[in-house]
Ligand binder design. Structure first.
Ligand SMILES: [Cu+2]
Length: 509
């Protein structure tokens, strides 16, 4: 309505300007009309965000664990909303067979999702569990007031604190702990999102999900097994070991993928807790119909990748037309495939060949996350820890890892591609020297080789990103599959082979 009448005014002004060339008044009329229209589009910010005292009985906020989002408030008047959030320090998996001591708001990373309406008075209760070792507090970016609540909410273990604020600005806001050392509290997972709905609410959609990126710093390398301590030096250098959606690898993949149906509109509330990295958030195979960039009031349309700063957020809507797996990534792409920043939205529905004739995404994009889960890897790690790792467990873990790591070239069934990638299935090369498997994995291979009577002369890049146990398990899987001679490669052997560089090692590229 408004836009239409505004265009009419402009059109009239232009018509007058054309009719009276050089007429200064007509030109001025156009500019002032434009300004007036723009001004009436503004929300007025905090100055217009106070809708008076809370009405009715106080309401308890519905808090949800990621990836769930609380329902719309549905309220038309300001209320007093009570939020009760617990700080819980706990050990949880950060990857399969890898654990980390997270500090959480509500027991999850990211913390519970909070949803209120602009003008609401929020009474915030922060409780720090008695088992905690550290004091904590909360700084909500949706708060108007010094520290965003930080000083008022400083809470020692076994204590709780309370403060109240009025949500004057609509938007999607990050909250985080702001206790010294702040970076460490954030790096340990202390962040989440609070949505302050505009008075009229958000446009309805079929599904809403909560996804939050964070970077993590462990003393061990990516996927090194066991309980991994926080590495302050790596954090200061901004060299994360993991970049993750919702606090762990596989939090949103395989049988934990987000779900939707074709024909539905999906809204993602995406935050970035940092502490350090800026996210180039992208969904492979989709285009955001709308992005409320920076979590604010305006939306941009038809967006491929949206930038989410550390300590920032964005909302995005898209409609699903074609069934299949849509991969959420940080398009700073090494983070997706080598640090864990990968999630999947699975859309069910009938094919739509008129829009897309092609096939489902394959291992290239899904990697080992194409598996329904990577439980076999966790199981093998647990057994290795108590010294009872069986060949069977190694084979199962190796099989899960083979997908995406080796299968892209050697194919899922190990048959290779004639003239390009030699077969691992019934390989004469492996038969002649079974220890070649871990050696080739760690040092690559280049120059002429003959496998099963066929010549190859290419380059396999070294896979040094794999940990010793991954090398051991994948090698054991290959040795025990497709008619290969069998056997077992241990972690210790893998570590030893890593040290010794053979003559035909490849440099990678
Ligand atoms: Cu904290």
């Amino acid at each position: 309505m408004r836009r239409a009448s505004r265009n009419l005014v402009i059109a009239t002004a232009v018509a007058i300007a054309l009719a009276l060339p050089g007429c200064r008044d007509a030109g001025d009329a156009e500019t002032s009309t434009d300004k007036a229209a723009a001004a009436s589009d503004e929300t007025g910010g905090s100055a217009k965000g106070d809708f008076g005292p809370p009405q009715g009985q106080p309401v308890d906020a519905v808090l949800t664990q990621p990836p769930q989002v609380p329902p719309a408030t549905g309220r038309k008047a300001p209320a007093k909303v009570i939020v009760k959030l617990d700080v819980i320090e706990k050990e949880m998996p950060i990857s399969e067979g890898v654990t980390y001591t997270f500090w959480t708001f509500g027991g999850t990373v990211p913390g519970s999702f909070i949803r209120v309406r602009q003008g609401d008075t929020v009474e915030f209760h922060l409780r720090n569990m008695p088992e905690s070792k550290m004091p904590h507090n909360i700084d909500l970016h949706g708060v108007t007031g010094p520290g965003g609540g930080a000083a008022s909410s400083f809470t020692a273990p076994g204590h709780s604190s309370r403060f109240t604020f009025k949500a004057l600005n609509a938007g999607l806001y990050v909250y985080h702990c702001a206790t010294a050392p702040v970076g460490m509290h954030v790096a340990n997972g202390m962040y989440g999102l609070i949505l302050v709905e505009p008075p009229e609410g958000l446009p309805p959609v079929d599904r809403e999900y909560y996804v939050m990126q964070g970077d993590f710093y462990t003393t061990g390398k990516y996927r090194e097994k066991g309980l991994q301590p926080f590495d302050m030096e790596k954090a200061i250098e901004e060299h994360p070991t993991y970049v993750l959606f919702n606090g762990s690898e596989g939090a949103l993949t395989g049988d934990k993928a987000l779900t939707a149906k074709t024909g539905e509109t999906v809204r993602l509330f995406v935050g970035n807790g940092g502490p350090n990295l800026v996210s180039s958030f992208h969904v492979i195979g989709e285009i955001f119909d709308k992005v409320w960039f920076e979590g604010g009031t305006r939306f941009q349309e038809n967006v491929q990748t949206t930038l989410i700063p550390s300590g920032g957020a964005a909302m995005m809507d898209f409609r699903l037309e074609v069934p299949g797996s849509y991969v959420l990534v940080d398009h700073s792409i090494f983070r997706a495939f080598n640090k864990g920043a990968l999630a999947i939205l699975k859309a069910d529905g009938a094919d739509n060949k008129a829009i897309y004739s092609g096939k489902e995404v394959d291992y290239v994009y899904l990697g080992d996350r194409a598996q329904p889960n990577m439980k076999a890897v966790a199981t093998a790690a647990a057994s290795a820890k108590v010294g009872e790792l069986t060949v069977e467990e190694q084979i199962k873990a190796g099989q899960a890892l083979f997908a995406g790591t080796c299968s892209t070239c050697h194919q899922p069934n190990g048959e290779g591609l004639e003239g390009v990638f030699p077969p691992l299935a019934g390989s004469s090369y492996i038969k002649a020297d079974p220890k070649a498997v871990p050696r080739v994995m760690l040092h690559g291979l280049q120059g002429p080789v003959n496998v099963n009577g066929k010549d190859y002369n290419s380059v396999m890049p070294p896979m040094t990103q794999l940990t010793d146990d991954e090398v051991a398990n994948i090698a054991t899987y290959v040795l025990n599959s497709w008619g290969n001679p069998g056997g077992k490669v241990t972690n210790a052997e893998a570590a030893q082979i890593r040290q010794a560089k053979p003559a035909n090692a490849s440099e990678g590229h």
